[in-house]
Design a protein around this ligand. Sequence first.
Ligand code: PNW
Length: 522
Amino acid sequence: MKATCQTKTYNMKYLKTVDNFEKIENQPKSNRRDFVKSSGLAVLGLSAAPFHFSSFDIKTEADKKVELALSQKNNPEFPKGFLWGTATASYQVEGAVNEDGRGKTIWDTFCYIPGKILNNDTGDVACGFYHKYKEDIQLIKSLNAKSFRFSIAWSRIFPDGTGTPNQKGLDFYNRMVDELLANGIEPFATLYHWDLPQTLQDKYKGWQSKETSKAFADYAGYVAEKLSDRVKNFFTLNEIWTFIQLGYGDGVFAPGLQLPPAELYQARHNAVLAHGLAVQAIRAHGKAGTKVGVAENIKVAVPYIETPEHIKAAEIATREFNAGYMTVIMEGKYTDAFLKKAGADAPKFTAEELKIISSPVDFCGINIYNPESYVKASSNEEGYEKFPFSKSHPTSTSKWELLAPETLYWGAKHVQKLWNPKEIYITENGYSGADELTPDNHIYDTDRIMFLKGYLSQLQRATVEGVPVKGYFYWSLVDNFEWASGYSIRFGLYYMDHKSLVRIPKLSADYFKAIAHNNSVL
Ligand code: PNW
């Protein structure tokens, strides 16, 4: 199958990291405030060289001047009330895998298979968020962010996926949500970010069975009942493409399976069905006004020239690229081209299931990092043609992350045009860099700042044109466990020392803080 082959090429690249970046040395010191004492950097042995950190809530004379300059700047603003936030996921940040009755997950198992994760890293400790959440909420607050997207670990609530709920697990999320609200930060909860309870994998082969889809809906309904008095927004599943393709197709993510096409199509169908069943369960058990949608890394086609014919071709291509995911969720049918391509391997489904899958949602959450491809109009049967990427197309340290700022504009734009949802959230967008502490203890991630300027300018362009993008969650708050790449890949606005778990703001944290403060790209 063509698509699978292409994905495999990407995955091999995905596992490679860039480690030959030149060290940034002899950077000028700024005259900003010494941060050593308050940040606990002494733990890192960094006390000899002072760490300098600017912050709008620590008002030096220099900071006041910056604030004044910002208030006088006339950059176009994002819509009023636009929500700035950051995102994380349970297995990537929480650690505490054996605490308070949490059940084992497929990632706990997968990480202990030698060679599956770079350096055999595991999420056992991750960022220690389970215990450090209060500290991290202060970091979110200091970014001027007013929202936070986190995920709930299913196996903390139902250790075996179904059965008796574990109060201690729920209490953790109760405490965290209360702390967010006390700090003026709106919680956005994702119910599944890939940490499937191991019992469901063992008992039902995980997403290969509809039993898992049903179990997910029961869990989603339970969580909505318990949290929706305070959590108003839920995402069902995160990136169905990624966890099905990489976990059940290519075997590079948990549970590490390489299923034949027919079984892979079925697993994918069971996952979109789980989304639909969960939407219904949340509606049935959540308080009135609870909002719900999916968070999918839609595959975006970018018109190589922005003329009506190529734009139309990109729209057609985007609908087809997402046929097994966002398209079936929003339209309640698999496209003809999808079914034709699948042939005898097509998933088995009923009309009733398609109705469930397309249960009305309140918003579309889209994770956008890279385009699927640049396209042009064509007179062929599909109506579009893909261009291959140049070998020198720039990427982040994640080799699959081919950079194209306009993907954010076109992603939002196509979603509006194709499915016209009431609201759109950018549930993830971020950049992994070769972040390093310099001798004077800064992280000068100029590349991440360049990334943010480019991508956010394009997002602004979409909002100016009336695309209903309501918020943006940067991936991620802090460097964390990056799946098969372990701790070698850093996406955070905060740098994390993996031994001491100390968090240090990167230069981009300052940048994000300014953008969120001003509600405009600066
Ligand atoms: C997403 N690929 O993952 C996830 O939602 C996050 O958990 C993750 O940390 C973030 O993006 C950065 O990687 C992806 O190979 C992982 O194409 C791999 C791919 C795409 C997304």
